[in-house]
Design a protein around this ligand. Sequence first.
Ligand code: ZN
Length: 144
Amino acid sequence: MLTSEYRVKIRPLYITQDTLALLSGEARRELNQECCGLLAGRDGVITHVFPADNVAADPSKNYEMAPKEIVRLMREFRAAGLTFLGIYHSHPNGENAPSARDIERAYYSEEAYFIISPQSDAPKPVRAFSIRDGLSTELEIQIV
Ligand SMILES: [Zn+2]
């Protein structure tokens, strides 16, 4: 891809309080493995969580969604009139910042990567990042 084609979309992310609560709940549902899924909404506001199966070889350390399931979920939310706005996964242990592998395997440069911590003492249990060209930038999350 040519550099001139890159469009920088560093802007605050909008998410509803209910969706944020749902995300935290997803991370706490399975404390010994990473949860993952897609986020969708309308008019730039994330309103829906679409959980996916974590099919990584070691789901306690990584996450991976089956391409077939991604296609199925995207079809599902498009049929509901929703737009694809982000990808989420949890880090059951350690900091909820992108790992080297998260950065290496960030295929969606236009969408936000949410990383959730189920730990009650996490300073920011839900964080979001833009990951492109091997670099991650934290995005501001605004609750609407
Ligand atoms: Zn990760």
